[in-house]
Design a protein around this ligand. Structure first.
Ligand SMILES: Nc1nc2c(ncn2[C@@H]2O[C@H](COP(=O)(O)OP(=O)(O)OP(=O)(O)O)[C@@H](O)[C@H]2O)c(=O)[nH]1
Ligand SMILES: [Mg+2]
Length: 281
């Protein structure tokens, strides 16, 4: 299965974000805890040299072990100034912990201002990431005000928009953007599964099949619990899908399995965390 999604509005947003890079001091990149390695490295070339705060959003949907493993992989790969935080971005008590990380990253700026004798420091941060990862939610929680529109679908934020945190800190919310070409087909599949790619361009039946193929062995117990698959031993993805359909009674009028409805059910259960904590990476 090969998924690519780089429509015109995303190409345009990417250009606009690039133009703003010059005027920001740091970059806050938001990635999805369920596929952190597929949602990272956005604008990697362009942001080289910028201090980066990497926020692993939706951490409530993944086990601590999976998050720690992936943080280690990211830290081993990152060779620039980077701080990492894993969060539930809907939690509006995150301010203190985010401020602490920003202070570490901005220490160089404070020193620079101090040398010049400037006391009214202004820090501008760019908030970027793939579509639907939680950028606007993060900003709202950090500011403790609903300044940005949030919805569980990609492409909600349409324009770049400044938000004032305090006299000292300003954040620029941006539309979620994908890259012109994913490095592996796996990346497209993972991003589609977490809802970063418009569902309209994705074949949901193939996507559900890929999902089961990818995670069933590791998370079998969660599937058994959710769909009551106790006496079912086969691990073939299609057989698993059929077993779920039988137990959930997902048939068409002619008694054939309704794969369209079944696929949407499985993917929605995953996205909403109803299956339990599942990481794609
Ligand atoms: N469980 C969970 N849900 C989250 C978290 N952060 C955001 N969400 C949900 O994810 C969905 C998308 O959030 P947004 O803040 O609109 O994401 P965005 O990155 O701004 O999306 P675009 O503007 O479309 O690129 C919403 O339904 C949020 O409630 C999180 O940490 N945990
Ligand atoms: Mg947004």
């Amino acid at each position: 299965m090969n998924i690519e999604w780089y429509p015109g509005h995303i190409a345009k947003a990417r250009r606009e974000i690039k133009e703003h890079l010059k005027e920001v001091d740091i970059v806050i990149e938001i990635i999805d805890a369920r596929c952190p390695l597929s949602s990272i490295d956005f604008l990697n070339e362009e942001i080289k040299g910028k201090k980066r705060l990497l926020i692993i959003a939706k951490s409530d949907l993944v086990s601590r072990d999976d998050i720690e493993n992936n943080i280690q992989i990211i830290k081993d790969k990152a060779n620039d100034d980077i701080e990492v935080l894993s969060l539930d971005c809907r939690d509006n008590t995150i301010k203190r912990i985010v401020d602490k990380k920003l202070d570490i990253l901005c220490d160089f700026l404070y020193k620079k201002y101090e040398k010049k004798g400037i006391s009214n420091i202004k820090i501008k941060a760019l908030v970027v990431g793939m579509p639907n990862v939680g950028k606007s939610t993060f900003i709202n929680s950090y500011i403790r005000k609903k300044v940005n529109k949030v919805e569980n679908t990609p492409g909600v934020t349409k324009k770049l928009q400044w938000a004032k945190v305090s006299d000292k800190i300003y954040l620029l919310d941006t539309p979620g953007v994908t890259v012109p070409k994913f490095v592996r087909s796996d990346v497209g599949i993972n991003l589609a599964l977490v809802g970063s790619i418009n569902d309209d361009i994705v074949d949901m039946e193939s996507l559900a099949y890929e999902f089961i193929k990818k995670v069933y062995k590791k998370y079998k117990a969660l599937f058994i619990k959710r769909y009551d698959l106790k006496d079912f031993d086969d691990e073939d993805p299609l057989s698993v899908m059929d077993a779920i359909a039988r137990n959930e009674h997902i048939f068409k009028k002619n008694n054939e399995i309704d794969y369209d409805r079944l696929s949407k059910l499985i993917i929605t259960d995953f996205r909403k965390g109803r299956l339990g904590k599942i990481s794609l990476e």
